[in-house]
Design a binder for this molecule. Structure first.
Ligand code: DQA
Length: 143
């Protein structure tokens, strides 16, 4: 099966964006590590990054019939988007929410996620290794 890896706004800037918070790995590094983790347990990967909410929603809809699981770091849309939450709830594909930083140690507005109640697991604060943990969680639940 295929896992869809979605990264939201500003994550294209990983590596140079606030490295004290997000580290030095680039988006390309993240996608390579996630792909390797998935292939090691027999899954293939489709990766998409977008700064646009509607593009992420379209990708979630398109995952129906093509992906068996979704890994999503929705960036700041996590804290604002009822539309992304409704998209995840609509497709009924197991979805793992990832945040590189520990959002609970940060500003109050990052403590609430619209997505968590419709996700099967949430991985927060493990750095970019969180994406590999998300693969592991999905592989385990899909086995
Ligand atoms: C983030 C945390 C969000 O609060 C922030 O807006 C991001 C990245 C993370 O991976 O830690 O863009 O999702």
């Amino acid at each position: 099966g295929t896992l869809l890896v979605l990264n939201g706004p500003n994550l294209n800037l990983l590596g140079t964006r606030e490295p004290g918070i997000y580290g030095s790995a680039t988006l390309s590094d993240v996608e390579q590590v996630t792909t390797a983790a998935a292939e090691a347990v027999g899954f293939s990967i489709t990766c998409l990054q977008s700064n646009h909410e509607g593009v992420l929603i379209d990708a979630i809809h398109a995952a129906r019939g093509t992906a068996v699981g979704i890994i999503i770091n929705a960036g700041a849309y996590t804290h604002t988007s009822v539309a992304l939450r409704d998209a995840i709830a609509s497709v009924e594909i197991p979805t793992v929410e990832v945040h590189i930083s520990n959002v609970h140690k940060r500003e109050e507005f990052r403590h609430h996620s619209y997505l968590s109640p419709v996700c099967s697991a949430v991985i927060v604060g493990a750095g970019v290794h969180g994406y590999a943990l998300a693969v592991s969680a999905l592989a385990n639940s899909l086995a």
